[in-house]
Design a protein around this ligand. Structure first.
Ligand code: ZN
Length: 338
């Protein structure tokens, strides 16, 4: 296996390595496309306590060797690889409740990610992609899974107003999912460009840096403010803003990766008795996500995405780290691995 491994902060090297944990029950996938996300960039600059492994948060590829076969897993099929592994040693895993693993392992952080030629995975981590799902769309399956997890956790219902704080690719996808399920997103962002992108994706209420958020949200919701608030970590907006848009007893979800670890005041959250959730990984929604894409529930055209080739990976990381320092955000980057 050959891939771009983090060797120390701000340093990645193409390395050849032995597969540590492959066994005959596992299948082998030739990675064709991978996605670099903010989490990867935070690992690269040393903000996240990551192991020195191959980076790359998401990936798809062609099944090249099948281990223990399951249903439609055949050689040559285009597959999505779930980027999480259960620890198999925690209390819940030992009881067989893998969905509640308390030490979920993440690709690119705890074990080798997708910026490499081949990966091995258990068959249950592989999902065959239908032809109606493009490579680009498939790389965002994790985003959709996380969006569904947030939707479920906040118990969002048809007609609910949901304040979405931030307007990155995840916010865009999450807002479209809300519309698909007939809830009403109100997106708030300090970035004009992101604001325009979510509007183009069909979000009616998108407030930018020049709007009076408090007043506008009050007017949209007839003074009730929002029962559900989703705060996306890299939005560069003070958390107090999120709390100020919430109604009494509202549910607030924090999600996403960020390099900002500032102080958060919970005064308003306590006063309003908010119900706070933190959601960063979503397991068990892959099939639903693939179906949503196949049903054209999400339009990917207005997402902010860069592209690069395999040899350009080190340069891409340098550029992304600089972009993060200068603007506080990055362009998620699709890597052509072939
Ligand atoms: Zn576990």
């Amino acid at each position: 296996m050959k891939g771009y491994t983090l060797t120390k902060p701000f340093n990645i090297k193409e390395k050849e390595s032995e597969e540590k944990d492959a066994d005959s029950s596992q299948s082998k996938v030739r990675i064709t496309k991978a996605l670099i996300t903010l989490s990867d960039v935070l690992r690269y600059i040393g903000e996240t306590d990551a192991a020195y492994v191959v980076l790359g948060s998401a990936g798809i590829g062609i099944l090249s060797e099948t281990g223990k076969t399951l249903f439609d897993l055949e050689k040559g099929k285009r597959t999505f690889v779930v980027p999480f592994r259960e620890c198999e040693i925690c209390y819940n895993c030992k009881k067989g409740e893998y969905g509640k693993c308390s030490d979920l392992q993440i690709a690119g952080e705890d074990f080798d990610g997708f910026l490499c030629d081949f990966i091995s995975a258990k068959p249950e981590k592989l999902f065959v992609l239908p032809d109606s799902v493009s490579d680009k769309e498939a790389l965002f399956i994790n985003h959709i899974s996380l969006a569904i997890a947030v939707y479920d956790k906040l118990n969002i219902k048809k007609g609910d107003y949901v304040a979405v704080i931030g307007a990155n690719n995840f916010a865009n996808i999450f807002s479209q999912l809300l519309i698909y399920y007939q809830a009403v997103p109100i997106v708030l962002t300090l970035d004009e460009e992101d604001c325009a992108a979510v509007k183009k994706s069909g979000v009616y209420y998108a407030l930018g840096p020049n709007d009076n958020w408090q007043k506008e949200v009050a007017s949209i919701t007839s003074g009730r403010m929002t029962d559900k608030v989703v705060y996306i970590a890299d939005c560069n907006i003070p958390v107090a803003k999120a709390f100020s848009l919430a109604s009494f007893g509202a549910s607030v979800a924090f999600t996403g990766a960020s390099n900002k670890s500032g102080n958060v005041s919970f005064i308003q959250a306590i006063k309003k008795q908010l119900d706070i959730h933190c959601i960063n990984t979503a397991v068990g929604y892959t099939t639903t996500s693939i179906n949503l894409i196949a049903n054209k529930a999400i339009n990917f055209n207005n997402l902010k995405i860069d592209e690069c080739s395999y040899p350009e990976i080190p340069t891409a990381f340098k550029k992304l780290a600089q972009e993060l320092e200068e603007t506080g955000k990055i362009s998620e980057t699709i890597v052509d691995m072939m």
